[in-house]
Design a protein around this ligand. Structure first.
Ligand SMILES: Nc1ncnc2c1ncn2[C@@H]1O[C@H](COP(=O)(O)OP(=O)(O)O)[C@@H](O)[C@H]1O
Ligand SMILES: [Mg+2]
Length: 531
């Protein structure tokens, strides 16, 4: 469908090198939809090298100077901030999609992948409300309950309810123990992962539907086989005419990464060359399409324009982006960097500077703070130093909502002989809203097992097999029973069955030991082990 209407550009418009040179066309009054009007924009977009001379700096756009250790930066680098969000440990909880509450806030017997535990779910629903209305800042939530009562599942459900725009950072208490990094440093990093910043910027972009995409190849100048891409010609169509751009090969990579093809609506940032795929042009909406696609209308106005771009980053992303080793792309500075450790330190000073800039942005109305959620599982693993840090950090005005989870009762605070409820000092406990989770009934366990089986594509045909699994769960634990599903299904498929039977469950149960059985055997045959 890329018609031959596309008169190709003058062949000798060779790759001129001046960086960030965007020639303005002299025809702003192109007739709507006139594809004949091909303007040649020589957008040689160089990459995001920090040394690049910037266009006349607007007060807040494209801050890309890296603060050096000594000099106080007036701007920070947000152009190429990459998300450092951790992959979540959801394998065991992939069925959890939300809290499953009615609009009135009462828990459905089953909803969002969760079953039972109604009281805790309703309480969690209120906490979600508090977080959304920003009334929870600086406070903490404690999920307390036995093993396998759904504390982690509940925390993830809260995160799901808050939506993907609110940062959620999960960690385990024992993560703070490292021989290289201070405990409080680990906590600080996670705190900052859980604080989001929504930055609104007005950026110069080229936006439109892709009507042409031709990489131009040349012989590899360094010799050898193969060809390199010397430039990419891309044609963009918007409400008021079309435009043809010649782009740097580095942009071709980002085009490929975003899987841009003809008919997609994209925009390219003029300064950084970053490519964003907005969706598929709705002209194609009638096509028979198996994949779920987002169809968007043809962008209005000119191809080359200013656009309000919203970027969600966390404070930790900013720390990392601004702490990266200094230096250019030339050989000398690369050599200099080789000796240095890859991971540069994020210093207190750098953080303070970022904080200052961030509050400046917030005051100017350029950015908005989005406090997220920090989830600390197994909180009883933390020691007094960490608790002291948490007490102080919760007070700060840049604090996320903190959710703790623990399965301990009255116990010693780690590293001391001071006893405290849940192993948490009372002064911190005092700041917490506490939600208790209770052991599940047999009926709930049966449903949870069926949900898990469905998620893992395991067919439970009759009630016998469910009963067998519930029996296992009652004797051992819910988690053991759900974990047994996969080995049992492997045993059953080896036998050529397409569904699980009670015999498979028994067989798998015979092959593995749950924690209690394993402990019993250790006690019975203690003499055979070294201790
Ligand atoms: N109410 C529930 N509904 C559905 N699945 C649940 C529910 N509670 C727990 N689970 C599942 O049971 C397993 C154990 O729960 P988990 O949240 O890990 O317990 P805890 O963190 O309290 O030890 C997980 O796979 C979890 O997703
Ligand atoms: Mg857990």
């Amino acid at each position: 469908m890329v018609g031959s209407t596309e008169a190709s550009p003058a062949p000798n418009a060779g790759p001129s090198q001046p960086p960030a040179e965007i020639k303005k066309d002299g025809a702003p009054d192109a007739k709507p939809g006139s594809t004949e009007q091909i303007e040649k924009a020589d957008a040689q977009m160089t990459d995001v090298a920090p040394q690049k001379p910037q266009q006349p700096p607007e007060p807040n756009a494209q801050p890309s100077k890296t603060p050096e250790a000594g000099s106080a930066p007036s701007t920070m680098k947000i152009d190429d901030v990459r998300s450092t969000a951790k992959a979540q440990r959801i394998a065991a909880h992939s069925h959890v999609k939300g809290l499953g509450l009615n609009p009135t806030g009462t828990a459905m017997q089953m909803g969002g992948g969760l079953v039972g535990q109604e009281q805790a779910r309703e309480a969690a629903g209120i906490v979600v409300e508090l977080i959304k209305t920003k009334k929870m800042a600086g406070r903490a939530l404690l999920l307390a309950g036995g093993m396998g009562t759904g504390k982690t599942a509940l925390a993830l459900a809260i995160a799901q309810e808050l939506g993907s725009k609110i940062p959620f950072c999960p960690m385990v208490g024992s993560e703070v123990y490292s021989s290289e990094v201070k405990k409080t440093e680990v906590l600080m990093e996670n705190f900052r992962r859980a604080i989001g910043l929504r930055i609104k910027e007005s950026k110069e972009v080229f936006e439109g539907e892709v009507i042409e995409l031709t990489p131009e190849e040349t012989e590899n100048p360094l010799g050898g086989y193969g060809k390199t891409i010397s430039q990419v010609v891309i044609g963009l169509k918007a409400g008021r005419g079309t435009k043809q751009l010649k782009l740097d090969p580095s942009i071709y990579e980002s085009l490929q990464k975003e899987r841009v093809c003809i008919g997609d609506v994209i925009y390219i940032e003029a300064n950084s060359g970053a490519v964003k795929r907005v969706g598929r042009s709705d002209v194609y909406a009638t096509e028979f399409d198996l994949e779920a696609e987002e169809y968007v209308p043809l962008p209005k106005g000119d191809v080359h324009k200013k656009k309000e771009v919203v970027q969600d980053v966390t404070l930790h992303d900013l720390d990392v982006a601004n702490a990266r080793p200094q230096g250019g792309r030339d050989i000398i500075s690369m050599l200099n960097q080789m000796g240095k450790p890859k991971k540069t330190e994020i210093t207190e000073k750098l953080r303070a500077e970022i904080n200052k800039i961030v509050s400046g942005y917030i005051d100017q109305g350029v950015a908005e703070l989005v406090p997220g959620v920090l989830f600390i599982d197994e909180v009883h693993m933390l020691d007094l130093e960490c608790f002291a840090f948490l007490n102080r950090a919760l007070e700060s005005n840049l604090a996320p909502i903190v959710i703790f989870a623990t399965n301990r009762g009255m116990t010693e605070v780690s590293g001391t002989d001071m006893r405290a409820p849940h192993g948490i000092p009372v002064d911190l406990l005092d700041r917490c809203l506490i939600i208790r989770t209770h052991p599940y009934s047999m009926e709930d366990i049966a449903v949870i097992i069926q949900i898990r089986a469905k998620v893992e594509d395991i067919i439970l045909k009759d009630d016998n097999v469910v009963a067998a699994l519930v029996e296992v769960a009652a004797r051992t634990s819910l988690r053991y029973a759900t974990q047994l599903l996969t080995p049992a299904s492997i045993l059953s498929s080896v036998k050529g069955q397409d569904h699980l039977t009670a015999a498979d469950v028994k067989e798998a149960d015979g092959l593995f030991y749950d924690a209690k059985a394993s402990a019993r055997i250790l006690i019975e045959s203690a003499s055979k082990y070294i201790s």
